[in-house]
Design a protein around this ligand. Structure first.
Ligand SMILES: *Cc1c(COP(=O)(O)O)cnc(C)c1O
Length: 353
């Protein structure tokens, strides 16, 4: 078997671009003209096809609907002032996608399909990437089990697809969080480190309860003791105590974010002391009581960095100080400057289309 995957392109007849209102976009609701689809069957990947975005046909017995073999990635394409388009660290997403695939007993997607497919698709729809503060194209590669039949076993057929949605910087208002003391997002030996669709399903109910109490997100803690913080909703978490920046170590319960690793590197570049280690809830509460708790923020592709204004843990409620020139804002600006090709990219993160 030769592993070259020539992508077939079936272009659209008429673009939806002219009828898309870029000033009134709802995040993740509009999609570009094309999508990529590639089927895995008979033990191998078939020819990838780029075709018009639209519905796919599946039988109700398809395994994804019953046993949840579904994984995804989230990444973005950016346009610079001269109209060049860039991906941000796409090889990292490809690698993580295949780690997720392995854990969910799904076939790995060759990088020639994942990365080259992304490049071709973005290139074809590059007029959908707008230049401007906070504007980008959100890219959503995903894979589902498409074999028919409700026998509980891994599927023998899969669909790998990429869809793309124009995105803008949205301000979601102030974010306050509850530190989890009973619900968990992930367990030891489980799938927390994988970008599995089911991890999100399991987080919606506890998050709804938090919303009812007036908190937007949950800080997930370790399932065994609930004494150590692990993630901020669907983002990785950073805590600044004094001048030190802390982040939870990556383990099998934590999704190791591309943004997380970028934030850690940029913090290091700026000479900020950064420690990757377990952070106890008690340490945060003690720092809050001693006026040493400076910042808490989440990191992820969608919003880059989200500062957290306040938190609640059991009966303890605390508001964070409002800082000028916070680590969060410094690092966020630097990261965005790299993504939009406004500054040097010393770590080689930008990939030009
Ligand atoms: C996707 C995700 C993140 C952030 O990962 P990035 O690669 O930075 O976008 C963090 N936590 C969870 C649970 C996620 O699903």
């Amino acid at each position: 078997m030769t592993d070259t995957y020539e992508i077939v392109v079936e272009p659209i007849q008429t673009s939806k671009l002219a009828s898309t209102d870029f000033d009134n976009l709802t995040f993740g609701k509009s999609f570009t003209d094309h999508m990529l689809e590639c089927t895995w069957k008979d033990g191998k990947w078939q020819r990838p096809v780029i075709k018009p975005y639209g519905p796919i046909m599946m039988e109700p017995s398809a395994k994804v609907f019953h046993y949840g073999q579904a994984i995804f990635e989230g990444m973005k394409a950016f346009k610079d002032a001269t109209g060049e388009v860039f991906l941000f660290r796409p090889e990292d997403n490809c690698k993580r996608f295949n780690e997720s695939a392995k854990r969910l007993a799904m076939p790995e997607v060759p990088r020639e399909i994942f990365v080259e497919g992304l490049k071709q698709l973005v290139n074809l729809d590059k007029d959908w990437v707008r230049y401007g503060e906070g504007l980008s194209l959100y890219l959503r590669p995903f894979m589902i089990a498409s074999e028919n039949g409700v026998a509980a076993a891994p599927s023998t057929e899969y669909k790998f697809m990429i869809v793309m949605s124009p995105a803008f910087a949205y301000y979601k208002g102030d974010v306050r969080v509850i530190i989890a003391s009973d619900f968990s997002r992930a367990a030891d030996g489980g799938v927390g480190y994988a970008k599995a669709a089911g991890n999100y399903a399991a987080s919606f109910y506890p998050n709804n309860l938090a919303l009812k109490e007036g908190y937007q997100q949950i800080i997930w803690t370790d399932a065994a003791t609930h004494n150590y913080i692990e993630e901020a909703g669907t983002m990785n978490i950073f805590v600044r105590i004094g001048d030190k920046l802390l982040t939870a170590p990556s383990n099998d319960r934590i999704l190791n974010g591309v943004t997380r690793r970028s934030v850690m590197q940029l913090a290091k570049d700026k000479g900020i002391t950064i420690e990757e280690r377990r952070i106890s809830v008690q340490e945060i509460i003690d720092a809050a009581n001693n006026d040493e708790l400076m910042e808490i923020f989440g990191s992820g592709t969608a919003a880059v960095i989200v500062p957290i204004k306040g938190f609640k843990h059991k009966e303890f409620v605390h508001e964070l100080p409002v800082l000028e020139n916070s680590y969060a804002s410094q690092i966020k600006e630097h990261l965005k400057d790299i993504q939009y090709n406004r500054v040097e990219d010393p770590h080689g993160w930008r990939v030009q289309i």
